[in-house]
Structures are given as C-alpha cells and as structure tokens.
Design a protein around this ligand. Structure first.
Ligand SMILES: [Zn+2]
Length: 215
C-alpha cells in the first residue's frame, strides 16, 4: 500500500490560513493554475522560471507550495512561480498531475543561482498538537539536515558512512511514526488512504495496527 496522506487542498480552511501565518506572518495563500511549459522539469521550479523569463514577460515570485495532510500537518515546499500582469502562474509540472497548487508568497525567500548547493527549502507546520506529529516533523527535519550536506542532482545522490546509516534509521522510524499518526488522527468517519473509498476502520486499519505490533 502506497501511503500518501498529503495532497493539494481543495479549499483554503482556517487551519490552513493559521498554519501559513506561522510560516509567513502576513502571508495569504492563493490557488495558482499550472500552465505547463514544454521544456519545464519536475522539481526544477526556479530554473524553469529563469528559463521562461528569458523569452517571456513577467517576474519570478518565490514562496511555498502548500500541501495538506488533513488534521495533521502542512507540507511546505519552496516554490517559484511567474507573475505576469499581476497574475501568478506556475509553469512547473506537478509530480501528481495536479492542475493547480496552493501557493504562499514569501518575500523573505531567495535563491542563489551562482551557488551549486542552492536548493529551495522544505518545511512542515503542525496542525495537530499530538506528540506523534511533532516527532514526525522532527524526523523530516533531521533527514533534511543530513541531505543538505550533499549537492542537488538529478542523479541518485550518493550518501555513505554514518550519514547513510542515520538516514536509514530515520526512514524506518518515519514509517512507524506515519502509521502512528494515521492511527491517532483517524476517527470513525475517516476514509482509507489507500483510495478504496471505504472507511479506514473497515479497510486498512487492522492491517496497520498489526504492522505496528509486529515492529
Ligand atoms: Zn484501505
């Protein structure tokens, strides 16, 4: 089963607005259409925008792409879009085939094209106060603190030694923590994440519980 609880929100809820305020104090999230450019690459937003602006009008706007794990957290990925005639548009293809994204402009973000270690930041904001959620966010942050030591590449990044060991340990802990978060934040109305359309308690709940027991 492929667990992917985070998705582009359908609408902007009070929880999303509140979470965004933690990231950008006066920030207002807005939906931005994805208008795909033929030579734009997934995950290469700043370079896509830079190339696009060589032959098109507009300016680059940096901010965060906001995805939500309902009742758990906001997943925030640094993202670049284009502003033309006061309107924002995204020219970077979505990994998930989404036609729009929720974008939170952040004037404090910068990107240094002359530095090959430059990368867009990633962060998460808790919506839930549960300790499992806090730990999950800590794990992601620990993983990032290791990965930033290595250059960004389209190829597989080679990580060895203690860092590789630590990443493996964190990946394991993350799996369990995600399961614990799913179990802790589901109620009788929650739909199963597997996409079956069934209630979680009638679908994958017992399978997940036994995975945690077998750990
Ligand atoms: Zn299921």
């Amino acid at each position: 089963m492929n667990i992917s609880p985070t998705k582009t929100p359908d609408r902007i809820t009070p929880a999303i607005v509140k979470g965004c305020t933690q990231l950008v104090p006066s920030g207002i999230p807005i939906f931005v259409e994805r208008a795909q450019e033929h030579d734009a690459l997934i995950n290469k937003c700043v370079f896509n925008v830079k190339n696009y602006l060589l032959s098109n009008p507009g300016e680059m706007v940096l901010g965060w792409e906001i995805a939500i794990w309902e009742n758990v957290l906001l997943d925030c990925i640094g993202h670049a879009v284009v502003r033309v005639d006061g309107k924002l548009k995204c020219i970077t293809p979505s990994k998930y085939g989404d036609t729009k994204l929720l974008f939170l402009p952040d004037p404090s973000l910068t990107f240094d094209f002359s530095e090959k270690m430059s990368r867009m930041p990633t962060t998460q904001v808790a919506i839930s106060t549960r300790p499992e959620v806090k730990r999950l966010i800590e794990i992601e942050s620990l993983e990032r603190s290791i990965k930033v030591k290595y250059p960004v590449s389209t190829q597989e990044i080679i990580i060895g030694g203690q860092d590789a060991y630590e990443l493996q340990r964190l990946a394991k802990e993350k799996q369990w923590t995600i399961l614990m978060v799913i179990l802790a934040t589901s109620d009788h109305t929650t739909k199963c994440l597997c996409g079956s359309g069934k209630k979680f308690r009638k679908c994958h709940r017992s399978a997940m519980e036994s995975m945690l027991v077998e750990r």
